[in-house]
Ligand binder design. Structure first.
Ligand code: HSE
Length: 317
């Protein structure tokens, strides 16, 4: 469906959860998953600026002030750029747990961008929407990383090519790949996870991570889930540091592998973990094994089986 295809007075968009980093792809790999996500409704208002009229599903934790909330910041930036003489009232329905590693702030930012674009007559391209949505990540995480917002908007699997001019490279995900996503009832802020992430890596670690990231992309193109799994489990820099702040990480990873996962890693900044596999039934079994392991360790957890590389954000009303 085209993003924001007509001018409306009110629009609602849904944006999916996303899994960023994907092992050696720190800050540059991300993919969308189906089933869970956030919804944002925007309605034209006579007052300029963006006012948040309600937020649900966040347990009262998210800020209602325009400049402190990812969704409203994105909408405001778009209105300013478009130079329109009206404002917006915004309703945010959180379907994703906060600070979970499932791209929660990215989904709110992406849904706000797509809904606002519908009000603006679809004047911005999907790539421009990714740029706007990055402002929301800056507010939430203190870093304008695009590895959640790009797949949240574009769907599929995304490579954020870093350089003087950042470029988004999108791949269709192979059909028939599934993800077990297991979310422990614990929060880990992106800010905290970034603090424990090393600031530099050795040349040997660079070789390991870069070669495995390259292999993961080839595996996607060749529909080789075995290679993909091995490649995403070869992260010598971020996983060793961040697994230390996820209680039970190694036990849950082992449980997923014993249950048949092709590869397992941290979802985004964590604490959610994900495992890839070639069937929905196996993804359900793997998710259950992960959740049971966490529960044995005294941590409540829930698991989902999702399609790998699902559709991106879209207008739903
Ligand atoms: N790339 C970001 C990080 C993703 O790991 O800090 C956060 O969801």
């Amino acid at each position: 469906m085209p993003i924001g295809k007509s001018t409306k007075n009110k629009a609602t968009a849904f944006a999916p959860a996303t899994i960023a980093n994907v092992g050696p792809g720190f800050d540059f790999f991300g993919f969308a998953i189906d089933g869970i996500g956030d919804r944002v409704t925007v309605a034209k208002a006579t007052m300029t600026g963006v006012t948040i009229s309600s937020i649900t599903g966040d347990g009262g934790k998210l800020p209602m002030e325009t400049i402190g909330n990812s969704a409203s910041v994105v909408a405001l930036k778009m209105l300013e750029d478009a130079g329109v003489d009206f404002g917006l009232e915004l309703v945010l329905e959180k379907g994703l747990p906060l600070e979970s590693g499932l791209g929660s702030s990215g989904a709110s930012s992406a849904a706000a961008a797509v809904a606002t674009n519908a009000i603006l007559g679809g004047r911005f391209t999907p790539e421009e929407l990714v740029e706007f949505a990055r402002y929301g990540e800056d507010v939430a995480a203190g870093a304008p990383h695009a590895d959640n917002v790009a797949p949240a908007i574009l769907g599929g699997f995304v490579i954020v090519r870093h350089g003087p001019q950042q470029e988004i490279v999108r791949l269709d995900a192979p059909k028939g790949w599934f993800v077990a996503v297991c979310h422990p009832h614990a929060e880990l802020s992106v800010k905290k996870a970034r603090k424990v992430t090393p600031e530099s890596a050795s040349i040997r670690q660079l070789t390991v991570n870069a070669s495995n990231a390259a292999a993961a992309v080839v595996a996607l193109k060749d529909n080789d889930i075995g290679l993909f799994g091995r490649a995403i489990m070869s992260d010598e820099v971020v996983e060793p540091a961040r697994s230390g702040v996820i209680p039970g990480y190694h036990e849950v990873k082992d449980a997923a592998l014993v249950a048949g996962a092709s590869g397992v890693s941290i979802a985004g900044a964590g604490p959610t973990m994900f495992a890839v596999t070639g069937s929905r039934v196996r993804a359900e079994k793997i998710g259950e094994a992960m959740a049971v392991t966490w529960k044995h360790l005294g941590v409540e957890a829930e698991a989902y089986a999702c399609r790998f590389g699902a559709e991106g954000a879209r207008v739903v009303k």
